[in-house]
Design a protein around this ligand. Sequence first.
Ligand SMILES: Nc1nc2c(c(=O)[nH]1)N[C@H]1C(S)=C(S)[C@@H](COP(=O)(O)O)O[C@H]1N2
Ligand SMILES: [Mo]
Length: 258
Amino acid sequence: MTSIPRRGLLAGAGSALLGLTLAGCDQITRNPSIRATLAEAEGLTKAAQRLILSPTALAREFAPADISPDFRANGSLRPAGVAYRDLAAGQFADWRLQIGGLVDRPLSLSLDDLRARPARTQITRHDCVEGWSSIGQWTGARLSALLEAAGLQPQARFIVFHCADRLDTFAKGDRGLYYESIDLVDAFHEQTILAYEMNGQVLPVKHGAPLRLRVERQLGYKHAKYVMRIEAVESFAHIAGGQGGFWEDRGYEWYAGI
Ligand SMILES: Nc1nc2c(c(=O)[nH]1)N[C@H]1C(S)=C(S)[C@@H](COP(=O)(O)O)O[C@H]1N2
Ligand SMILES: [Mo]
């Protein structure tokens, strides 16, 4: 815990807040790459949130009665191109999730393979930066278990999610492949899953079929839909615009804590 950035912020915060911050950190700080991530000052927003929120604190979970009858869909609603069309036509039987980069054992997993891995179901609220929220139930493979199976190398500090869709923005001619990234604190968080089910059904195309990220303590744009490939990296500076995500390359915060 001594490596948490900007500890000085806590100076006047009192022992109750300090106690909350220290709770549950033991396990996570045993991992050297997580320690390294915590050690880097990523900017005040993230540092401040991480001080108040323990690395293992859960996002709020809801009851089945709270599920939104009409969960909104946003951004890409169906990736263009024959490759995705053919995969979808075959119920994604030929689709494989690739897990590579800084790992000892690269993996190639079918939906059935993913369903056989440790899973989690959670009912959470999705908050879009555009100002709407919806509550849904998500079931998916725990990212931590997949990364443990692949064996992260010590230099790995971020997990990048490469998606199937290209997105246009309001700016003329601005178009790019959607991607996102998270640090190892969020990657190993209990509620961070790769969801293949929504509200007890197979994940619909408009919500990111066959697989989408749920990273519940952050805003909607971090929740990459249509995930095709996962890459462990030391830095994302060499990817696309270098800011760690499609919207981050266009000015959004990389750490989008709620
Ligand atoms: N691949 C991909 N992932 C994406 C997006 C997108 O356009 N493409 N939009 C993001 C935004 S801004 C939000 S709010 C959520 C919307 O998820 P939903 O369609 O399931 O509501 O997906 C996020 N993930
Ligand atoms: Mo969003």
